[in-house]
Structures are given as structure tokens and as C-alpha cells.
Design a protein around this ligand. Structure first.
Ligand SMILES: [Ca+2]
Ligand SMILES: [Ca+2]
Length: 207
């Protein structure tokens, strides 16, 4: 009888021990699965949050022999250009035109050039603040004005502009400019590579 009871107890102990091991294994498996899911979710979130860089739209079919963008001056960028047949260009060919600081105000001066008569010209300027390859996000249009002689305005580089290299697009047209991707009949489009600096790093928030 006693021997039988001991056997039963041993069997019970064995069952309990095995179920304990099973529970530990199950728990470990569950924890691993949970951690993998969290890692995957945060990886997915990081991918979702990263801006997806597209190719910038490039306007074409423009005539810039009657009027063109002659001067673009902002901070250390003083870009003067003459008449040419292509209505689109990019400056500089390598490196950056200038460094602009987040949340800072700059004087932007734009001058049209003319072959013969002077016409009224519309100007619009965009900065791709979130560096996603377009100029269509909120706050990316930093200037809209018109003049026969020159546009001289203060622009603010948005505080939320991402740090690093990005594009500033200057459009000039005799007709109203409807979008940064428009084909302009009489006028010109110029893209500038600029560097956006963090306001904290610059330590110089006012100019
Ligand atoms: Ca953008
Ligand atoms: Ca966008």
C-alpha cells in the first residue's frame, strides 16, 4: 500500500514537474513572439515615418528668351544668370548654394531679365522642407509676389524644416503660376540645392 502511494506521489511529482517545464517553455515562447512582434511593429513604424523621396517634377517646354530669372540673392547665394534657351536650370552644379537655418528670416531678392520690353512677372518660391521630393506640403511655398523690376521680400525658413540638403525652387512667369510643376510658357524655373541647419546648432536664430 505504502509503495503504491509513493509510486502515485512520484508520478504526480513527475507530472507537475513536466507541466512546470511546459509552462516555462510556453511562457518563453510567448515572450519571444511578443518581443518579435514589438520589434517588427517599431521597424514598420520607422519605415512609415521616414519620408519617401520622389524625383522632383521638372517643368519643361518653357520659353526663356524674352524674360528669365536674372538674379537670385539669399544669404550667401548671389546667383546671376543671362538669357538661355532652356527654361529650366539648376544651381549650383555641385555642392550647395547656401546654408539656411530653421526658423530664421532671410532677405530674398529676385530680379527678372528682359531681351526687349519689360513685362510684369510673377514669382513663386518653394522649399522642400520635409525633403520628400515635392513642393506641395503645408508651408513649403515661402514667397508669392510680382514685379517688373525686382521682388524684395523677407522669407522665413519654417522651424519644422528638416535638417540637411534639400531643394529651393524659384518660378517666374508672365502668367499666373499655378503649381511648382507647371510648364511655363514665358518665364523660367530654377532649382537651388540648399542646406538646412538646425536652429540649435547654429546658435544664431536671427539675421
Ligand atoms: Ca515636400
Ligand atoms: Ca509631399
Amino acid at each position: 500500500m505504502i509503495e503504491g502511494k509513493n509510486k502515485k506521489r512520484m508520478a504526480m511529482t513527475l507530472v507537475l514537474a513536466l507541466s512546470g517545464i511546459t509552462m516555462i517553455n510556453l511562457k518563453a515562447g510567448y515572450e519571444k513572439e511578443k518581443n518579435d512582434t514589438i520589434a517588427l511593429a517599431s521597424e514598420k513604424k520607422a519605415i512609415t515615418n521616414a519620408p519617401v523621396k520622389k524625383e522632383y517634377c521638372q517643368p519643361s517646354g518653357t520659353v526663356s528668351t524674352f524674360e528669365w530669372i536674372a538674379d537670385v540673392d539669399i544669404n550667401t547665394c548671389h546667383n546671376h544668370s543671362k538669357k538661355h534657351d532652356n527654361g529650366y536650370s539648376h544651381y549650383p552644379s555641385s555642392g550647395t548654394a547656401t546654408v539656411l537655418t530653421q526658423g530664421t528670416t532671410y532677405k530674398l531678392q529676385l530680379k527678372p531679365g528682359f531681351s526687349f520690353m519689360k513685362y510684369n512677372e510673377n514669382f513663386k518660391v518653394w522649399i522642400d522642407c520635409n525633403q520628400d521630393g515635392d513642393f506641395e506640403d503645408a508651408g513649403e511655398m515661402v514667397l508669392a509676389d510680382s514685379s517688373k523690376t525686382e521682388v524684395h521680400k523677407q522669407i522665413i525658413v519654417p522651424q519644422k524644416a528638416f535638417e540637411g540638403e534639400t531643394k529651393m525652387r524659384v518660378c517666374m512667369s508672365h502668367y499666373p503660376i499655378l503649381s511648382p510643376c507647371e510648364n511655363i510658357n514665358y518665364g523660367e524655373v530654377k532649382d537651388y540645392t540648399i542646406q538646412v541647419l538646425s536652429a540649435q546648432l547654429s546658435g544664431d536664430a536671427k539675421k
